[in-house]
Each structure stands twice: as C-alpha cells, then as structure tokens.
Design a protein around this ligand. Structure first.
Ligand SMILES: C[S@@+](CC[C@H](N)C(=O)[O-])C[C@H]1O[C@@H](n2cnc3c(N)ncnc32)[C@H](O)[C@@H]1O
Length: 266
C-alpha cells in the first residue's frame, strides 16, 4: 500500500472515531424514498436487480440506500471503519451489501464487466492519479453501463477558505504535484487529516474520454446561499463552485449509442 493510501486509510478511520463530516449513515427519512436520495439528477431510474458498485463510498449511506432500492450492491472503500458502518446499517435494516476493503485505483479483485453501474461520491481527491481509477472502472463496468461520479472542482481546492477584502483569493497553483497543504479541522471544503490532490479539468473530464467513456451529462450541485455569512461554505459557494457530478457511459468499440442505451435507459 502506498504511503498516501496508508495515510488516508488511517485518516478516515480516525474521522469515523470522531464522527466527522461524511461519516453519518443514512437516516430513517432517507430510507423512506431511497431513490430520491441516490438519484437526485434523475439519471438512473429503476436500479432494482442492477449490479452496482459503490466506489470509495463507505459510511453506511450510499450502499444501503441502493440496496433498499433493490440493487445488488458491492461497496469498496479503503477505510475498515467506514465499511463497518455499511455492515452495521445493512444488518440493522436486513439488507444485503458486500463490503470490500480496497483502493479505488486497484479493482483487480473484480472480473471484467462485473457491474452495470458504478457510483462514486466525492473521493478521487484522495488519489494522486485519477486516470488509474478511470481505467479500473472502465474494466469492471459493462459496455453501456453508467459511471456516476462526483468530484471537487479544481477551483474549490485553489481558493482561500476565508475571504479577504477582495474575496476568495486563488492561492493554490492549478498545475502542481503532490498533495495540497493541510487544513484546520472543520474546514468545510476539505477533510482535515487526509492527503488530497487537485485534478485538473483535462484529467477529470479528458481522463474519462481517454479511458473508454462518453460524458452524457454534468451537474454542479448547488450549495450557494446568498444569505449566508461571509466565510461560511454557503457564502463561499456563491463564488467558488465546490463540486461537479458527471454522468458517463462506458462505450464499446463496435457498439452503437443506440445499442448502449438499451443496456441502461431510465
Ligand atoms: C466522502 S467519503 C464517502 C462517502 C460518504 N458515505 C458520504 O456520504 O459522504 C470518501 C470515502 O473515500 C474513501 N477513500 C479515501 N481514499 C480511498 C481510496 N484510495 N480508495 C477507496 N476509498 C478511499 C474514504 O475512506 C471515505 O470513506
């Protein structure tokens, strides 16, 4: 295991112990209509019977909601404690979820074309090389299958957290190697204690195109709150878009778009 992976594994285990952000499990209310939570963009439709990989998605939220919606779910995560939350919630709700402790950039434990859908919450920031992840996902996804992923926008990782008199200044370079500087606990756009990497647009979007995907849609989840106080996440999000969500379809060499849509059509 690389030093980055070992570091982030420890960091996420510690975040579970402290009940930090993004370690909260799915709520009773979310279980009342799981599809409404997992498919906010309306990109999926019925997931029942589909083989779904929740990638880097431990924490007892995404996996169990997909399972409650009828999907056949496998969750991959680097953090044993995040995966334990999936097992606990699944047991409490009598749902079936397979948990696999692994890194998103090595999915060699799965056979080719094992899944019809791969969903990945914000997490590619924890690996230095996003294209390795894309190559792995392309291999385990069937031709015509969907890859729904959410990422931190580069500018979100470049801009100051606290505004100056001139607004949220861009202080981190766009072209860079190595992880971003550490942040204080409670910083809303970053996870304190983890090693995070900025991926440029050509890596985030071009990487998908170069590794066997067609991008079908893109969304920017809205967190902007014009009434929020300066320095809060809602205020910063009025100026700095935090995330991007991408709907990508696995293309095949000899497969037409029409044939691919038959494999997954909402
Ligand atoms: C934002 S959290 C996951 C989603 C969470 N359930 C939520 O609702 O926000 C990011 C996850 O990425 C995982 N992670 C970090 N580095 C990873 C890696 N290299 N491979 C797989 N998972 C990783 C962390 O352990 C953590 O569970």
């Amino acid at each position: 295991m690389s030093h980055v992976h070992a570091h982030n594994r420890r960091a996420w285990d510690a975040r579970v112990e402290r009940e930090d952000a993004y370690t909260a499990t799915a709520t009773d209310q979310q279980f009342q209509n799981p599809l409404a939570v997992i498919d906010q963009c309306g990109w999926l439709g019925d997931v029942s019977g589909k083989r779904v990989l929740c990638l880097a998605a431990g924490g007892g939220k995404q996996s169990v909601l997909y399972a409650a919606a009828g999907a056949i779910v496998t969750t991959v995560d680097l953090s044993p404690k995040m995966l334990e939350l999936d097992r606990q919630v699944a047991a409490a709700r009598k749902l079936k979820v397979e948990t696999v402790e692994a890194s998103m950039d090595d999915l060699s434990m799965f056979r080719e074309s094992s899944f019809e859908l791969v969903v990945q919450p914000v997490s590619t920031c924890y690996v230095p090389d996003i294209e390795r992840v894309y190559r792995q996902v392309a291999r385990v996804l069937v031709v015509g299958g969907l890859y729904i992923s959410q990422h931190k926008q580069p500018v979100n990782l470049q801009a100051d957290v606290v505004p100056s008199a001139r607004g949220y200044l861009l202080n981190e370079p766009y072209h860079r190697t190595g992880p971003l500087p550490p942040v204080a606990a409670g910083t809303a756009n970053r996870e304190a204690g983890t090693l995070e990497f900025l991926h440029r647009w050509e890596q985030l979007l071009g990487g998908l195109c170069r590794n066997g995907f067609v991008i079908e849609d893109v969304a920017e989840p809205k967190h902007a709150d014009p009434k929020a106080a300066a320095g809060t996440f809602g205020h910063r999000s009025c100026f700095v878009p935090p995330y991007i969500k991408i709907k990508a379809r696995r293309k095949g060499e000899a497969t037409s778009q029409a044939a691919m849509r038959k494999i997954w059509m909402p």
